[in-house]
Design a protein around this ligand. Structure first.
Ligand code: NDP
Ligand code: 8X3
Length: 266
């Protein structure tokens, strides 16, 4: 945790699930009370609640700045860094976590609006965020320093029927992440990808347009990972010695062995 000493961490999609747990997990590691956490998402009230919960749970002087940010809006990202108070702009860790899918439609039934939401959030949003923050990293010595942690998915490695747009978006994340690591080879900037399998969050509720019973059926008979499980790995990656890059990790719950091979209790 000393490796986070005096650092500023920026998390997208921190109002729920993995992003929210990641904020809490970083806060718990707060070295000497000087960690700064910028938590962003569209639901500003949830971010305020998160900030209050972090302060209540950790009570260790961590500073939290909730900022409303829709990563699918390029103009919001463009103005984002300059809108931050000066003392919050020295970002060291970017967690590109905001992401979603709408629906399980198969071609040719995929809704155009759903497709646009998925790509502008998961792909364009992630690339725009990276481009907004990278110049901050590149001002540091040795060609630059900082961590970019992208949340991909098993879906980006193994496409499945009904996942056309989601799988394609996460494959794009994987490909962009790989290119970026190669482009930054002469720097001390670390490019990290974390690919979860099944995690129980609001993900499936969002996928099924708010239908909780369809979302619950996804996890029936399973013991999915919790968002805390993923958060621990994200913070682990960010706290390795500076020469160590946790380039990619695929995380399954015990009953899962591929996107679709899932053991369910009878
Ligand atoms: P949740 O639905 O619980 O959280 C998603 C987060 O993304 C929310 O905080 C949401 O906030 C935010 N978000 C969505 N759209 C936008 C946007 N346009 N701008 C800013 N924030 C946005 O799901 P998870 O925690 O599971 O998802 C987090 C990441 O993990 C995603 O990238 C997802 O694809 C990935 N993932 C999830 C898996 C799972 O099984 N759950 C497995 C593998 C990967 P708000 O609505 O307030 O904007
Ligand atoms: C989310 C989980 O099952 O849709 O990345 O691949 S899944």
């Amino acid at each position: 945790a000393k490796r986070l000493e005096g650092k500023t961490v920026l998390i997208t999609g921190a109002s729920s699930g993995i992003g929210r747990s990641t904020a809490l997990e970083f806060a718990r590691t707060n070295p000497n009370g000087n960690l700064r956490l910028i938590v962003t998402a569209r639901r500003a009230e949830s971010l305020e609640e998160l900030a209050a919960e972090i302060h209540k749970e950790t009570n260790n002087g961590v500073k939290v700045l909730p900022v409303k940010l829709d990563v699918s809006k390029a103009d919001e990202i463009r103005g984002f860094v300059n809108s931050l108070p000066e003392e919050w702009r020295d970002i060291h860790v970017l967690v590109n976590n905001a992401g979603l899918v709408k629906g399980v439609a198969k071609a040719p039934e995929i809704d155009e609006e759903d497709m646009n939401i998925v790509f502008t959030t998961n792909v364009t949003g992630l690339i725009n965020m990276t481009q907004a923050i990278l110049p901050i990293f590149q001002k540091r010595p040795n060609g630059g320093q900082g961590d970019i942690i992208n949340i991909g998915s098993i879906a980006g490695r193994e496409p499945y029927p009904g996942g056309g747009i989601y799988c394609a978006s996460k494959a794009a994340v994987r490909s962009f992440t790989d290119s970026l690591r190669k482009e930054l080879i002469a720097t001390r900037i670390r490019v990290i990808e974390i690919d979860p399998g099944q995690v129980e969050t609001e993900f499936s509720v969002v996928r099924f347009y708010g239908d909780k019973s369809k979302a619950d059926a996804v996890y029936a008979g399973c013991d999915p990972l919790t968002p805390e499980d993923i958060a621990e790995v994200i913070v682990f990656a960010a706290t390795r010695k500076e020469n160590v890059v946790v380039a990619e990790s695929l995380l399954y719950p015990n009953h899962q062995a591929s996107a679709l091979i899932m053991h369910r209790r009878p």
